[in-house]
Design a protein around this ligand. Structure first.
Ligand SMILES: [Mn+2]
Length: 376
C-alpha cells in the first residue's frame, strides 16, 4: 500500500514536471515502431501531458489499428533536438532510441524489456517504471488504474490497450505473457466496446494478425528490418517476422538469405539473425502446427551460434531453415539475451562461410558475391 502511494506520488510529480517545466516533452517509442510501442506512446501522452511521437514509419498492423480506431498517428521524429525532454516507452537504451538522444534529456522510462549496462537510466531509479511482462501497454494500463482505480477505461483507450497487448503477446500465446497481461486484456476488452467501431474483438485480432503478415508491399531487406533490433555491443542484428502464412514468406527465401548477407556487410554486423514465427495456430484453431519460431540461416556463423546456444533444441530442417524447439517465441526475453550471452562468451567468431544454395539460385559463394556486388 505504501509502495503504491509512493508510486502514485511519483507519477503526479512526473506529470507536473512534464507539463510546466519544459518547452516540449515527447513520449516516444523505439525505432522500427511496432504496435505496442506506438500504443504506449499514445497512452503515456494521456497520463503525462507529453506529445506522443514515434521514431519511424508505422507498420501495416499499426496502420490498421489506428485507422480502425479512428486515431491520428503520432508525430514522426527521427532526430532528437537537445533541450527537448523525452519519456521513453517500450525501450530503454540508445541503440533503440532516436538518434541524438542524450541521457540528460530522458526524464522517464516505461518499459518491459530487460535493461542492460547501456540503458539511459537504471532500474530502481524513481524515473523508471519497469516490470517484466508481455507488453508496455499492460504496464501503462496498470498505472492508469493505479491513479483512477474505480474508473473504467475510456473505450477508445481500452481498444488501444487491447491492440498493444494482443500484438506484443501474440494474443497471450507468447511465452513472454504474464498474469498481468491476461488480467488487463480481459478488463480492457470488456471496456473496449468494439461494436462502436463496427468490429468485434475476434475479428479485430484476426485482422491484426493478417495485417502483420502482409509483407507483400515490402522488399526483402524491409521484411528483415520491419521488426529489427541492433545490439551494438555484440554487433548483432535480429529481425523477426510473425506471419499466419509462413509458406508464402518462404517463397522469397533465396532473396531473404542474400539480403541477410548484404545487411551484415552494410550494417557492419558480425551476426544477422532472422526469425520467422508461424502464428497461424493463433488465428486458425484447426491448424495443426504449434506456435513455432524458425530461423533463416544464410551463413555457418549463425548456424554454429544457434547450435552452441540452444544445443539439442536446434533442428536443422534443411534448406537454410533451423527450428529452435524450446517452445519459446520471444525475441526480447529468450532468443536475443541467450544469443547475446553466448556471443559474449565466444572468444573468436567462427569464420564466415555462406550456406546459401537453395533453389540453385545462388549455387556457390562466388555467385552470391557477384550478386551482392551487383546490388551495392
Ligand atoms: Mn513491447
Amino acid at each position: 500500500m505504501k509502495m503504491q502511494f509512493i508510486k502514485v506520488m511519483f507519477l503526479l510529480i512526473i506529470y507536473v514536471l512534464s507539463s510546466h517545466l519544459y518547452a516540449k516533452t515527447f513520449c516516444i517509442g523505439h525505432k522500427n515502431p511496432d504496435t505496442d510501442s506506438v500504443v504506449s506512446a499514445i497512452l503515456a501522452s494521456k497520463m503525462y501531458n507529453c506529445v506522443p511521437a514515434i521514431a519511424g514509419e508505422l507498420n501495416n498492423e499499426t496502420k490498421f489499428v489506428l485507422e480502425t480506431l479512428g486515431i491520428e498517428p503520432p508525430e514522426v521524429i527521427t532526430k532528437h533536438q537537445v533541450g527537448n525532454k523525452v519519456i521513453l516507452v517500450d525501450h530503454n537504451s540508445p541503440t533503440h532510441a532516436i538518434d541524438g538522444l542524450i541521457k540528460e534529456d530522458v526524464i522517464g522510462i516505461i518499459d518491459h524489456h530487460p535493461f542492460s549496462g547501456e540503458s539511459f537510466l537504471k532500474v530502481g531509479d524513481p524515473r523508471v517504471t519497469h516490470q517484466v511482462m508481455g507488453s508496455t501497454s499492460t504496464l501503462i494500463a496498470q498505472e492508469m488504474k493505479m491513479i483512477a482505480p474505480q474508473n473504467a477505461f475510456d473505450s477508445s483507450v481500452a481498444r488501444l490497450i487491447v491492440a498493444g497487448i494482443v500484438s506484443d503477446t501474440i494474443n497471450l500465446s507468447s511465452n513472454a505473457t504474464r498474469e498481468a497481461d491476461r488480467k488487463v486484456l480481459l478488463k480492457a476488452t470488456a471496456e473496449a466496446h468494439f461494436n462502436e467501431v463496427g468490429s468485434r474483438f475476434d475479428d479485430f485480432v484476426l485482422e491484426m494478425f493478417k495485417k502483420k503478415s502482409d509483407l507483400s508491399q515490402l522488399n526483402e531487406a524491409q521484411i528483415i528490418m520491419n521488426d529489427w533490433k541492433r545490439f551494438d555491443d555484440q554487433k548483432m542484428g535480429f529481425g523477426v517476422a510473425q506471419t499466419v502464412a509462413p509458406d508464402e514468406l518462404l517463397t522469397r527465401k533465396s532473396e531473404l538469405l542474400l539480403q541477410m548477407e548484404l545487411i551484415r556487410e552494410q550494417e557492419g554486423l558480425e551476426y544477422v539473425f532472422f526469425m520467422v514465427t508461424d502464428t497461424r495456430s493463433v488465428a486458425d484453431p484447426a491448424y495443426n502446427k504449434p506456435l513455432q519460431s524458425y530461423f533463416l540461416v544464410s551463413n555457418n556463423r549463425e548456424a554454429t551460434m544457434l547450435t552452441e546456444t540452444f544445443g539439442d533444441a536446434v533442428e536443422d530442417m534443411g534448406d537454410n531453415v533451423f527450428a529452435v524447439k524450446t517452445g519459446q517465441t520471444s525475441k526480447k526475453f529468450n532468443y536475443a539475451p541467450e544469443l547475446l550471452n553466448q556471443i559474449e562468451q565466444t572468444s573468436s567468431h567462427p569464420g564466415l562461410s555462406l550456406i546459401i544454395d537453395s533453389q540453385g539460385k545462388c549455387a556457390n559463394s562466388v555467385n552470391v558475391m557477384m550478386m551482392m556486388m551487383h546490388r551495392l
